[in-house]
Ligand binder design. Structure first.
Ligand code: AMP
Ligand code: DBH
Length: 540
């Protein structure tokens, strides 16, 4: 079994010939920018204001420190940090050491982190001591007990029994490794639709192509200031154009600890932020609170909205009410990213989710049998291209379903294409709930529910929601004499270490599940039946 599925040789050759894959690496481009923009500010958070030179030096010292700690090229290191400057120095340090960061999100708990560590055989785990009242050091103790490959836990802040991140950087010890731009640089997370979360292997070559083009499409330059409002490790604020696009363009990054107006707005005003990206529920909160606040948002040129479908009515409010342009972004950590462009007319920006980055992004819209639908019709989106993966990390079996024989990724999204090539997202065929940009895999939650002795069966589906777009509802058939209550089930899931955003918002107890067709229940049909019931209920 291979860890990852490389691009077929003829495609790799073509992407190089076309100038998409340039051989640039993360570590090297930062060094180049540090040479060019040494004294310009690169990264700002609550406690730091690092210039490009400082960031570059810190990243190099981190790289040597990680090597001194025995981290070798190719090793996986799970990184779970909040929006702080050290995220950038740690990640670039790992890149330069040739290690692969595995990008966990702050809400992930034991269930997710222990899985990432075990599945990738991670050698280390990087955390902050305590964030918003949660002590990650305790989580790290449990993770280490469950994942013996994790030799060391690096802590930003008070390390407790672990290693302080402050003790890691060292002066150069020997040479840093030569990095091959064609190999996997890091593992990004997929929202997933199966029992276990999927990890996404991205190479320097493919990711940097998308980052460079994104920075260009979004008009970043040395005067731009990018606010990181979403969790920095997410693919959107990482690369669309995100922190990497900003650094690539010599722009400035400002990290916000949360996207709420009381934190983000004063930062926009103080740092003269020009561009940021948020998910639809945050955009709604910003729209609704802007009139009640005095913060000067006049520097903001572009508000990007993506991660989930942004309703047209809300989209049309952005420019009149916030005074900046809207850019819709429809992306996925697996690759393909679509943007509306500043040259698009108002209607296209309001109704579409943009068009692909690359002329060589191949998009197919097909029916259930993979046959193309008539032009302009709604169908399943399949995609292949110079920065879309050919397979998940260590997932041979799942890859047979998730990709076509000729290498197209099955996005699970239902879309239609406009004559201009813009994509309109019309729905979803995958068993996932998109909770305002936070993706929840139905099967993953169902499996955790099924582990409860008082649960006979469970089906998790989306409930339409005015604010989040969707919330989760678990239909549960109980077993035994004293069936669990909804609060007990939620507590049970929390106790298993499931991230809070995956805990069902609503639990419905039902006497039994309808059986579809003959014999076994099809989980897909079952979820569809429940989803339809919820929609009917809403209409009534
Ligand atoms: P992931 O594969 O976990 O990175 O999540 C990507 C998925 O998020 C896409 O396949 C879509 O289902 C959803 N998504 C991202 N951006 C948008 C958007 N602008 N509109 C609708 N859905 C989106
Ligand atoms: O939802 C996503 O995963 C996403 C949204 C916008 C993404 O990965 C991206 C832009 O790059």
């Amino acid at each position: 079994m291979n860890d990852w599925v490389p691009y077929p040789a003829e495609f790799a050759r073509r992407y190089r010939e076309l100038g998409y894959w340039t051989g640039e690496t993360f570590g090297a481009f930062l060094a180049d920018r540090a040479a060019r923009y040494a004294d310009r500010v690169a990264v700002i958070d609550d406690r730091h204001r690092w210039t490009y030179r400082e960031l570059d030096e810190r990243a190099t010292r981190m790289a040597h420190g990680f090597r001194a700690r025995g981290i070798r090229p190719g090793d996986r290191v799970v990184v779970q940090l909040p929006n702080v400057a050290e995220f950038v120095s740690v990640v670039f340090g790992l890149f330069r050491a040739g290690a692969l960061p595995v990008f966990a999100l702050p809400p992930h708990r034991f269930a997710e982190i222990s899985y990432f560590c075990a599945h990738t055989e991670a050698v280390a785990y990087v955390i902050a001591d305590k964030v918003a009242g949660f002590d990650y050091r305790t989580l790290a103790d449990d993770v280490r007990a469950a994942a013996p490959t994790v030799r060391e836990v690096f802590v930003l802040g008070d390390p407790g029994t672990h290693t302080s991140l402050a003790d890691v950087p060292t002066d150069p010890v020997g040479e840093l490794p030569e990095i091959d731009p064609g190999v996997v640089a890091f593992l990004q997370l997929s929202g997933g639709s199966t029992g276990a979360p999927k990890l996404i292997p991205r190479t320097h070559d493919d990711y940097l192509y998308s980052v460079r083009e994104s920075a260009d499409i979004c008009g970043l330059d040395t005067d731009s200031v990018y606010l990181v409002a979403l969790p920095v490790a997410h693919n959107f604020p990482m690369s669309s154009p995100g922190i990497l696009g900003a650094l690539h363009a010599g722009s400035r990054i400002v990290l916000a600890s949360a996207p709420s107006p009381d934190i983000a707005f004063p930062l926009i005003a103080r740092e003269r932020v020009t561009i940021t990206g948020v998910v639809p529920p945050i955009a709604l909160v910003w729209l609704n609170s802007a009139p009640n606040r005095a913060d000067d948002l006049s520097s903001l040129r572009v508000l990007q909205v993506g991660g989930a479908k942004f309703a047209e009515e809300a989209a049309r409010r952005v420019t009149p009410e916030l005074g900046c342009a809207l850019q819709q972004v429809f992306g996925m950590a697996e690759g393909l990213v679509n943007y509306t462009r500043d040259t698009d007319d108002e209607d296209t920006v309001a109704v579409s989710q943009g068009r692909p980055i690359s002329p060589d992004d191949e998009l197919r819209v097909v029916d259930a049998d993979d046959a193309p639908v008539p032009e302009g019709g709604i169908g399943h989106l399949l995609t292949r291209g110079p920065y879309t993966i050919r397979g998940y990390y260590r997932a041979d079996e799942h890859n047979r379903d998730a990709f076509t024989a000729d290498g197209f990724y099955r996005t699970g999204d239902l879309v239609r294409l406009l004559p201009t090539g813009h994509v309109v997202v019309e729905g979803r065929a995958k068993d996932q709930i998109n909770r305002g940009g936070e993706k929840v895999a139905a099967e993953e939650v169902e499996n955790h529910l099924l582990a409860h002795p008082g649960v006979h069966d469970a089906a998790v589906v989306a409930v339409p929601d005015a604010f989040l777009g969707e919330r989760t509802c678990a239909f549960v058939v109980t077993a035994g004499e004293t069936p669990p209550t909804a609060p007990q089930l939620r507590a049970f899931l929390r106790g298993r270490g499931l991230a809070a955003y995956k805990i069902p918002d609503r639990v419905e107890f039902v006497p039994g599940f309808p059986h579809t067709g003959v014999g076994k229940t099809s989980r897909r049909d079952l979820r569809a039946a429940f989803a339809a019931r919820l929609t009917d209920e809403r209409k009534a």
